[in-house]
Design a binder for this molecule. Structure first.
Ligand SMILES: [Zn+2]
Length: 450
């Protein structure tokens, strides 16, 4: 802290900071292969949560879900319109070179550094600290409140689906769900300096396929033309040259409309009337860079490649993994036919590894639940413009669309462009004040539920 005298320890940080610090120090990395999971770390995390949030654990009803997932019910004055707050306990592995080690929980420059500070232990602490504080004040929520914490979000696991199953069995039809996703983002749009509190109202679907070409293999000294590796290379280049058709879904139109007054003067008319001049606007977004282009269409990224295992052996089989993010409005079937048309080679097989449709669009205009989120954002982040948007990444909350028509993705933390880029990368960190404001956002939200 700049204002602390050198011979003092500085101001005592909010207790939420030391709680998040302790959680970050437990490396709860999830893996697709359960044998690789550090079970002890997850056990320790649950123990740590119990120590940190004693009232929450005493007074809320807990259902264990999956290996380490938690589903709490806080009985409200009424149960007609239950609300679900979500977060996840697992993190992705460490990537890249960190300024401060990923699992040390170092506090420096007014920030807490470490894997999971933003994604998503910050939300875990935000929600739990809000509940704990309200319990200390003997507060009773107006409606039943459910807290759903998954332990395998990062590997597209099944804990959230099990939580949905439990809620279904108990006849719970949530009024709305809030999960990670959007943030109070600064520097997200060229020319817009006002922070934007983006609330995801839909998310793209995730489909992964493998392109596969087979051949005779053989010795590398006698290569034939158009072997498996060449076919796969050609297929990749064809995919690259054949992007999906862009479109402008309703949440994006609304986002641009709300940002228009804060954009450079020349862009305002275009942004304010997006629905009328959609083709012009979509072309502009596609041209503006990969992030804005991804807002307008389904994307396909070639991620994995494999051929021969030896330098002097011709591949008998070559494969390329393609990760597809399907835009709301497109379908998995449409994606697969686009891929087949683009690759245009009957010797390249397309194996579907996993598939998921985009989520339905949650209401955001004249909707009391969305209005509640907007009002809470306005109170805690008065400097920001709140808006719906289409989320690019997948969250656990997509499973909740089966039982709830209002699924909103928003983490109530200020995030700079660098911070957003640190998620799933290196130097992930949260501002100490931002964590405290996040706690305040969840607290205010719970208090405002009627
Ligand atoms: Zn996450």
């Amino acid at each position: 802290m700049h204002h602390a005298a050198p011979d003092t320890a500085g101001p005592v940080p909010h207790r939420a900071v030391s709680k998040l610090q302790a959680l970050v120090r437990l490396p709860t990395v999830s893996h697709r292969d359960p044998a690789l999971v550090d079970v002890a770390a997850f056990d320790a995390l649950l123990g740590e949560l119990e120590r940190q949030f004693p009232l929450l654990h005493q007074r809320l009803e807990l259902t264990r879900v999956g290996s380490h997932g938690l589903l709490f019910r806080w009985a409200g004055a009424d149960d007609a319109r239950p609300v679900v707050l979500m977060a996840h306990l697992d993190v992705v592995p460490v990537e890249g070179t960190w300024t401060h080690p990923a699992f040390d929980g170092v506090i420096a420059d007014g920030q807490l550094w470490g894997r999971g500070t933003l994604d998503d232990k910050g939300c875990v602490v935000g929600i739990c600290e809000a509940v704990e504080t309200l319990l200390e004040r003997d507060f009773t929520p107006a409606q039943d409140l459910w807290l759903s914490f998954g332990c395998d979000e990062e590997v597209m696991g099944s804990t959230a689906q099990e939580a949905v199953r439990v809620l279904t069995e108990r006849g719970v039809h949530p009024w709305f769900v809030v999960d990670e996703g959007g943030a109070v983002a600064s520097g997200a749009f060229p020319g817009v300096t006002t922070p934007v509190a983006v609330v995801g109202v839909t998310e793209k679907g995730v489909t992964s396929v493998e392109l596969r070409a087979e051949g005779r293999g053989g010795h590398a000294s006698t290569p034939a033309r158009m072997g498996p590796t060449a076919r796969i290379a050609r297929a990749i280049m064809r995919l690259e040259r054949t992007p999906f058709a862009p479109s402008l879904p309703a949440p994006t139109v609304e986002l641009l409309r709300r940002l228009a007054p804060h954009a450079p003067r020349a862009l305002r008319p275009v942004m304010a009337h997006g629905s009328r001049i959609a083709p012009v606007l979509t072309r502009a977004l596609v041209a503006a860079g990969p992030e804005s282009a991804a807002m307008t269409r389904t994307t396909a990224a070639v991620t994995t490649l494999s051929g021969s295992p030896a330098l002097n052996v011709i591949a008998a089989q070559a494969r390329a993994g393609v990760n597809v993010r399907t835009m709301v409005g497109d379908t998995v079937a449409g994606v697969l036919s686009h891929l087949r048309r683009a690759v245009d080679d009957e010797h390249v097989h397309i194996d579907v590894i996993e598939s998921g449709e985009p989520s339905p669009i949650s209401p955001f205009l004249d909707d009391p639940a969305f209005a509640l989120l907007e009002a809470t954002i306005a109170e805690v982040f008065p400097e920001a413009v709140a808006s719906p948007y289409v989320m690019m990444a997948a969250t656990d909350s997509r499973h909740f669309t089966e039982i709830c028509e209002r699924v909103y993705r928003f983490a109530p933390f200020r995030m700079s462009k660098a911070q957003r880029e640190s998620i799933h990368s290196f130097d992930e960190r949260i501002g100490l004040d931002d964590l405290v404001d996040g706690v305040r956002w969840y607290t205010t939200l719970i208090e405002r539920i009627r």
